[in-house]
Write a protein that binds this ligand. Structure first.
Ligand SMILES: Cc1ncc(COP(=O)(O)O)c(C=O)c1O
Length: 397
């Protein structure tokens, strides 16, 4: 009989199941068994997609806009994305040649890394990092070079630190600001300095702008607007969080013409175009009213302040104030002292099975003393979950 696992391609063993997806599945299983689970694991807005965007999709259906489109998205949407990016950040991309639409931001990142990275190429990734980067680089045969950052400096990476990790094999630096999971936001000056280092060394710089509009204390900016940035910067963009459109699966890339060409070639043999109906909705997201963004941001700020205040009241727990996105990344290593809990995975498992609170272990993001709490959920749930978290820590410390 065919041994299915033995016959799988070797490269599939270079990646592991996304930890965030695993948490969601475990929480779902417990919920089905009747448990009252508070979910801090989900990395998605609890808001609904704005009505005007939904209406655009309904109109697309009614007018039978249900066929294949160009692989990289309609020109209408590519132009709309470039216009939006120009309005928001002052960039200047050409929709026809320097932009493509992908099946979510994750797909833009996957396409880019597969199109850019040769086996042995090094990719610099600051820690803590979003889970997917590591696996996608490994899948391409690349080598992840992790740059440790410090909690005491808000987990922020610097140009100096990046430069220390550059070797002749470095091909790409990945920056995610605001950062999932830490909520860290790079200053414009530091980001520009990182860009200067990469362009001087002729290294690509990928900026993951998934949370670009959710910045609390500064004006959002894109490094792609810096002088000379278009030569080596690749923007991985997403509509998922900004417009509460996670299920619509629309992301995009803005990149030099040959890079877009290569990514497009890959996409043409995998997904082809992103869903036609979602593309019409995305045009409305880009060109329609933008007032849902400040509304969501104000609510996230209120929740952030509440969550941070509560976490600071738990003895032994430390927390960096998140400057963007909708995650808190507390250090819970105080719970390891009694020996009842060994690491962040153990913490998350026990918290879920004994207190019914779902969080993502820091291990998934490259640090072992933390858990990620998503505060993209209601104040009632935050209150309930934080009460349980506090009791749980008290019981194991
Ligand atoms: C940092 C970061 N980048 C990219 C993505 C991709 O989002 P999507 O594929 O839904 O556009 C996510 C989603 O959680 C994320 O957290």
């Amino acid at each position: 009989m065919l041994q299915a696992t033995a016959e799988l391609a070797e490269r599939i063993s270079t990646i592991s199941v996304s930890s965030t997806m695993k948490v969601a599945a475990d929480a779902e299983r417990l919920r089905k068994e009747g448990a009252d689970v508070v979910d801090f694991g989900a990395g998605e807005p609890d808001f609904t997609t704005p009505v005007n965007i939904k209406q655009a999709a309904i109109n697309a259906l009614d007018s039978n806009f249900t066929k294949y489109t160009n692989t990289g998205g309609t020109l209408e949407l590519r132009d709309a994305i470039c216009e939006r990016h120009q309005k928001d950040f002052g960039t200047n991309y050409n929709g026809a040649t320097e932009c493509m639409v992908t099946v979510g931001g994750k797909h833009a990142i996957f396409n880019l890394i597969q199109a850019l990275i040769n086996p042995g190429d090094e990719v610099i990734i600051p820690v803590p990092y979003w889970v997917t980067y590591k696996d996608v680089v490994n899948y391409a045969g690349g080598v992840c070079v992790f740059v440790e950052t410090d909690e005491s400096t808000g987990f922020e990476v610097s140009a100096g630190l990046i430069e220390k990790h550059i070797t002749p094999k470095t091909k790409l630096v990945i920056i995610n600001s605001p950062c999932n999971p830490s909520g860290g936001v790079l200053s414009k000056e530091e980001f520009r300095a990182i860009h200067e280092v990469t362009s001087k060394r002729e290294i690509f710089l990928m900026t993951d702008e998934c949370y670009c509009q959710f910045v609390y204390d500064a004006a959002p900016f894109s490094i792609a607007a810096a002088p000379g940035a278009k030569e080596n910067v690749v923007v991985a963009g997403s509509l998922s969080k900004t417009y509460a459109m996670t299920g619509w699966r629309i992301g995009f890339a803005l990149a030099p013409v040959p890079v877009i060409g290569a990514m497009m070639k890959l996409q043409s043999h995998s997904t082809s175009n992103p869903t036609s109906i979602s593309q019409k909705a995305a045009v409305e997201a880009m060109r329609g009213p933008q007032d849902s963004i400040p509304t969501m941001l104000a609510e996230y700020r209120r929740r952030r302040d509440f969550v941070i205040d509560r976490l600071r009241k738990i003895p032994g727990v430390s927390i960096v104030m998140p400057k963007g996105a909708f995650y808190a990344y507390p250090n819970i290593s105080v719970a390891y002292k009694s020996g009842k809990i060994k690491n962040s995975l153990d913490f998350a498992n026990q918290l879920l099975t004994s207190a019914y609170v779902a969080v993502v272990p820091g291990e998934a993001f490259g640090t072992n003393d933390h858990i990620r709490i998503s505060y993209a959920t209601s104040m009632t749930e935050l209150e309930r979950g934080l009460d349980r978290l506090q009791k749980f820590i008290d019981s194991v410390r």
